[in-house]
Design a protein around this ligand. Structure first.
Ligand SMILES: [Fe+2]
Length: 393
């Protein structure tokens, strides 16, 4: 049986110890405010925007079962849909809707760099994307409506999928437990647990998805980074070459020399840290901020508000030096500016200029703030807008 707790009793440390990457957890009564955050029509509108990744999955009524259509869509794409048995999925919604971004604040007990995005899906009664398995952790949060989630009792050992479909659907999914999610309930699933969510009436789900780099993918991209940025340049040398009995053999000594060179080249830890900082902050979508005039900071009052750009992926590394990474670019900063860098990266909350400025003045971080404002990573909120000030595009 899947464990169940109330959202108010969610203990980050206990969650990480007992559930994260281990087993599912049903967390009841979490996010009632989602009832009013996004209407299906607004989600459909977002899926019509250029630069927003979206899909429609039609279990029935398409040109074949489980047909996938890719956005951006047009209004007609929705008016011609069948009555039911379809799902609209929109990725990266947190970049556009601050209230959706706000969901991430509840999951900060997992480091930000592990977060992928918030996908929002809408389905009429019976809508589903089929029984499947993912290799990523996810918190499935029920928005308005209800959904039945069928989840595997054990991690799936072998993924047998129905051939020839646009989506990966399991051939068989019988050994499951059925869970009923209402508004605000959250289902955490670790990788490898098969699941099947079926809308009960009109239903909206917010999926906070995480990412985990694949070892080969990471190694391949690091090798590219070494080619571009590696400082070590050594040609093969073998002054200790000994006469070989067979000139056709590449012998152990040669293999060792070559392997040592490659190890030394790939073993540059500073180079690796820099690579992974850039790589893990590469933006998923081409959603860039507008440059701004940094002198705007001179005119701010203490109660003015600054907000990070929602499309920014930020992290910092604090090793023997401090480096801030934003969307694939490093910003080396003095170690003393750590409090400001930490505040910016820990949570994309709104900052009162008075507080941010005093923190920056205490740690010589004002120059950094000016640079971030100049590039548009930090925005001055428009006091005339209630909630739309971060929907810059
Ligand atoms: Fe899934």
């Amino acid at each position: 049986m899947c464990d169940q707790i109330n959202f108010v009793d969610l203990d980050p440390q206990g969650f990480l110890e007992n559930y994260w990457q281990k087993k599912p957890l049903l967390i009841k009564n979490g996010f009632a405010y989602l009832r009013e955050v996004l209407e299906p029509e607004e989600l459909a509108g977002l899926s019509c925007e250029q630069g927003v990744e979206s899909r429609l999955i039609l279990e029935k009524g398409g040109v074949k079962p489980w047909e996938v259509r890719h956005g951006p869509f047009e209004e007609d794409d929705f008016t011609t849909l069948p009555q039911d048995s379809w799902t609209l999925l929109v990725q990266g919604v947190e970049q556009w809707i601050p209230e959706v971004y706000q969901l991430l604040e509840s999951f900060r007990f997992v480091p930000n760099w592990r977060v992928d995005d918030v996908m929002v899906s809408y389905a009429p009664d019976g809508g589903s994307v089929g029984a499947h398995v993912d290799q990523y952790d996810v918190f499935l949060i029920q928005g308005f409506g209800q959904r039945e989630w069928r989840i595997g009792k054990e991690p799936l050992k072998e993924e047998l999928i129905i051939p020839g479909l646009d989506v990966k659907i399991l051939q068989e999914f019988n050994d499951y437990e059925a869970l009923h999610l209402d508004l605000g309930d959250v289902l955490y699933l670790p990788p490898g647990i098969a699941h099947h969510g079926i809308a009960k009436g009109r239903s909206m789900t917010y999926s906070v998805g995480f990412r985990a780099p694949h070892n080969k993918e990471l190694a391949g991209h690091f090798a590219d980074h070494v080619l571009l940025h590696g400082r070590r340049e050594v040609m093969y040398r073998d002054p200790d070459l000994e006469l070989q009995e067979s000139s056709g053999e590449m012998n152990q000594a040669s293999l060792d020399r070559l392997f040592r060179e490659v190890q030394a080249t790939l073993g540059d830890r500073d180079l690796f840290n820099d690579f992974v900082g850039r790589y893990m902050t590469l933006p998923k979508y081409d959603h860039k901020p507008e440059p701004q005039d940094p002198t705007c900071l001179d005119d701010l009052r203490d109660d003015d508000v600054l907000e990070p750009f929602l499309g920014a992926r930020m992290l910092y590394q604090k090793t023997h030096k401090l480096v801030l990474y934003i969307n694939g670019e490093p910003f080396p900063v003095e170690m003393e500016a750590l409090p400001v860098v930490k505040a910016l990266c820990d949570s994309k909350q709104a900052f009162l200029w008075g507080e941010l400025k005093s923190a920056a003045l205490r740690c010589n971080g004002l120059g950094l703030l000016q640079d971030l404002v100049k590039e548009g990573w930090l925005l001055v909120a428009d006091p005339t807008e209630d909630d739309g000030s971060r929907k810059e595009s």
